[in-house]
Design a protein around this ligand. Sequence first.
Ligand SMILES: O=C(O)CCC(=O)C(=O)O
Length: 266
Amino acid sequence: MKISEEECQIGELTDSNLAIALRLLRESGYVILESVLPRNLVEELQTAFNQLLMPNMENQQKDSNWNRRGGCHALYGMPFMHPLVIENSLGLQIIEEAMGKDIWTLLPYHTNTTFPGAGMQHIHRDTQHLFPELPYALPPTMIILHIPLIDFNESNGSTQVWPGTHLITDIDSDASQSGQLEERAKSMPSARINMPAGSLVVRDMRVWHRGTPNRTQTVRTMTSIVYFRQLHRFPQHLTHLASIPQAAVDLMSERAQHLCRYNPIE
Ligand SMILES: O=C(O)CCC(=O)C(=O)O
């Protein structure tokens, strides 16, 4: 969906656009806000990430089995830690409405990158239902926020999604391995997430999706930050969390620090 210049400037959707975004997220499982980040920031991020991705590119050339898709972790400095990336208020406005204000995330965030020559990915969902034994879908508890750093189109591997599949419950959790999703998806409508660089994608992580071939000579990258609903007072099951350097914490606002509250600080 397109939002106004003013909404981009103040970082807040109007009530009516927020309602549309939430409806799309609820019914389709994802919503796209087109071209919301400033061009110069997107270019700066793209250059910085392409430098980080260079070693992966080199591995890819050495290893013929490398499937030419992957990514890297962001660094704890600028431009990676820019507030429009790690605490984008338009994205968070939607996510907080969907999962409550007490959401959290983990750093470092990562990218989904498709290198030139990448083929088709298998169809999958990134997370299962919270209660997979129940025959109905609960509201989301994990939402991913992507920012494309290049225009996404059908030539460079824009993501393919099956709208509404976050609500499907009658399929095994290992279905992506067994090819069941591929089989079932054949008779279902899908869409390509073609969008300008600097858009925001807010996606329920249960939606079926896949990366598609990159037939260009250009690296296709999007940033990916996962937000979680607070289900318990403390996520005890999370161990080996990366430590954030104090210097990076100093770059973060109070809000960003609160969002990343489970990362230890070194
Ligand atoms: O890179 C893409 O287009 C999609 C990849 C993805 O979302 C995934 O691997 O979970």
